[in-house]
Ligand binder design. Sequence first.
Ligand SMILES: *Cc1c(COP(=O)(O)O)cnc(C)c1O
Length: 230
Amino acid sequence: MIQEQLQCVEEKIRCACDRSGRSREEVTLIAVSKTKPIEDLKEAYAHGARCFGENKVQEITEKYPQMPKDVKWHMIGHLQRNKIKYIIDKVALIHSVDSLRLAEAIQAEAAKHQVIMPILIEVNVAEEESKFGLSVEETLPLIEQVSTMENLRVQGLMTIAPYVDDPEENRWVFQRLRKLSVDISRKNINNVNMCVLSMGMTGDYEVAIEEGATMVRVGTGIFGERNYQL
Ligand SMILES: *Cc1c(COP(=O)(O)O)cnc(C)c1O
């Protein structure tokens, strides 16, 4: 089943790229494997998935040694400062940096491990109460502060769009994040690169690609519904 779902997502990504005159290579598919057993990840890997997204530190540390070394792990969930040390040498990208305190703590761990940590700044574009992330207005000031931290590299922005029935309702969210990204990139801030736009999930990744997403985070669409009771 995972094979078919993955092929279906792949096909839809391809079509969205075609529709918007983009090349398939511009979009990275992140298979969001949170709550899923390692067998499911291995199946997705066997059918070509190389980037996996998790939102819990413990799941990354458990799954990491059980998967091939060429897997790229993406931390997409809210990160607690005291847990950074467990994943600093395991993840390729942290998508969810939303405060100066968190950035400082990641900088400290990265320095300790002598690594350069690529990060994204999470923006709560729709200003939903229930979600983490900075407001659009807070984003540039935080990026300016983070740009001076030696072991961090801002690579772009991430957003989680609202849960909606019709993905068209989220088009403005993706347009807004893209515009913010362009505005910030025009500032030419040292050490800051705005090449990544992490936006779009199972319900709306095609619209997100049409609006410029370079990373889409798809869970349910690949692995099926999650069962949080397990
Ligand atoms: C769970 C999750 C996803 C994937 O959600 P689906 O709707 O299952 O595709 C994407 N991004 C983040 C940050 C998530 O927590």
